[in-house]
Design a protein. Structure first.
Length: 121
């Protein structure tokens, strides 16, 4: 079974949490201009799901191949969609986090994982 690179998994999850923090800040701070908007709330939800999916890919050893591929595709769509939303919301910290998350996704998806047993074995 192909296992994910630990650095890529943790990097993607950490960048999703950074994006989550930026989205929560933007949602609750009146000075941002996007406080209380549905777009900022949607980004909060999407970055939470991205972090969860990255951790599932990395820590669930018995994840079937089709589930791993599905989660990788959904993570890519999440990163792209959140990056576009960050651009439109002019949330530059969030956009930067999503650009770096895309790099982590590339390492995760194309990194040539090896056959191992157990999480991060």
């Amino acid at each position: 079974m192909r296992r994910a690179a630990p650095a890529a998994v943790l990097g993607l999850a950490a960048l999703a949490v950074v994006g989550l923090a930026a989205a929560v800040y933007s949602y609750f701070t009146p000075a941002t201009g996007i406080d209380g908007t549905p777009g900022a709330l949607l980004v909060i939800v999407s970055t939470s799901l991205l972090a969860g999916a990255a951790l599932l890919i990395g820590f669930v050893g018995a994840l079937p191949h089709w589930a791993r591929i599905t989660l990788l595709v959904l993570c890519l769509l999440d990163v792209i969609g959140t990056g576009v939303a960050a651009y439109f919301l002019q949330a530059w910290v969030l956009l930067s986090a999503m650009v770096l998350a895309f790099v982590a996704w590339l390492v995760l998806a194309l990194g040539g994982g090896t056959v191992r047993e157990g999480a991060f074995a």
